[in-house]
Design a protein around this ligand. Structure first.
Ligand SMILES: *Cc1c(COP(=O)(O)O)cnc(C)c1O
Length: 356
């Protein structure tokens, strides 16, 4: 039987995406060729790329607003340096919000391009909340934030209003909740958390912010070159992009982001209610900043871990341990995880309480 997959990434995708992907590996679009062996310049794949790029903008409500969607390689981690390469002005500075491991990895890269100003940080409290009340200097080249902190289970519920370009790493909550995406000038996300298999990275960028860095950008790292080449500057990750398109189509058929948001909220409510009610468990993230994607929690008594671990494994749950830097548990409830899987976890938590 299919596992209840709580993996933080790569992660669960809709079953129909697995089935259609498998079919395309055997025979893509009745071409008698596999998606794995066709040219990325073939008519069939160019159509996939075009539809995927257009669907991203449609789902985010960014059509006709000056944005371009790109499917690149290198993961979200490569964006940590592509962002400053493209946006940091010569002798400029950039403002960063330090909300976790990924945010601090982004800061580490940006430091090599100019002054990196950390406008807010929750590092001293092991990133258990989102810093608030920070301000962004008017002369910053851009402001960078991480909408959802995959490892620590916190999520930004609001975003600052500022005149400087806003860049957001949305790797682990893109397409999961409605936001005014036009408030962002550059959004990036590794595919493998909510959109597809590992290997593709989505970048959505407002074209008007580009071309202002004043220094040479290596071609493969230059957003403008990728835009000009319609996201085919070099061979793109064909299969991950195809599987991502299938996930985007699944989401559209479901009713788009507004529809999935309701389901995601129901899943998160179900689990957090149990974490708060059950005397054996406690949540680790500040309640007002809790992520609806990644719920992090602990057993109050570590001695209960062996039996709890045995119980959830027997219930068909997979991928529940917390990140190696945090410990405890992390339930990643990405778009494709059904509500029923969350009910199974909640049932296990309640059985543990009854059986002790
Ligand atoms: C997983 C993750 C990353 C790293 O993604 P890669 O594609 O592995 O480079 C970056 N940021 C966030 C928020 C993540 O969750």
């Amino acid at each position: 039987m299919k596992k209840h997959n709580y993996s933080a990434g790569p992660c669960i995708l809709p079953q129909e995406v697995f089935e259609k992907s498998a079919q395309a590996i055997l025979n893509f679009n009745n071409s008698d060729l596999s998606i794995l062996e066709i040219s990325h310049r073939s008519k069939d794949f160019v159509a996939v790329m075009d539809e995927a790029r257009a669907l991203v903008l449609e789902l985010l409500g960014l059509e006709g607003k000056g944005y371009q969607a790109l499917f690149l390689a290198g993961g979200a981690s490569l964006e940590f340096l592509m962002v400053p390469y493209n946006l940091m002005k010569t002798d400029g500075k950039a403002a960063y919000l330090d909300t976790g491991t990924w945010a601090s990895n982004a800061i580490k890269e940006a430091k090599h391009f100019g002054e990196t100003l950390i406008v807010g940080s929750s590092k001293e409290q092991n990133y258990n909340h989102i810093p608030k009340g920070y301000s962004i200097p008017e002369d910053a080249s851009y402001f960078h934030c991480t909408s959802n902190n995959t490892i620590f289970g916190t999520q930004m519920k609001s975003f600052p209003t500022t005149n400087v370009p806003v860049v957001c790493d949305m790797s682990s909550d893109i397409f999961s909740r409605t936001l005014d995406f036009s408030k962002f000038d550059l959004i990036y996300a590794g595919a493998q958390k909510n959109m597809g298999p590992a290997g593709a990275t989505l970048v959505v960028v407002k074209e008007e912010i580009l071309g202002k860095s004043g220094s040479y950008i290596p071609s493969m790292l230059d957003y403008e070159k990728h835009i000009k080449a319609e996201s085919m500057y070099n061979t793109p990750p064909v299969f991950p992009i195809y599987a991502s398109l299938l996930t985007l189509q699944w989401l559209k058929n479901l009713g788009g982001i507004a529809a999935i948001e309701k389901i995601n909220e129901a899943k998160a409510n179900l689990l957090y209610t149990e974490i708060d009610r059950n005397p054996l468990f406690k949540g680790t993230a500040a309640v007002e900043d809790r992520s609806i994607m990644n719920a992090t929690f602990l057993l109050n008594d570590e001695n209960h871990a062996p039996i709890f671990d045995k119980m959830w494994k027997e219930a068909g749950i997979s991928g529940l341990p917390g990140h190696r830097s945090v410990g405890g548990y992390r339930a990643s409830m990405y778009n494709a995880l059904p509500l029923e899987s969350v009910q199974v976890l909640v049932d296990v938590m309640q059985s543990l309480e009854k059986n002790l």
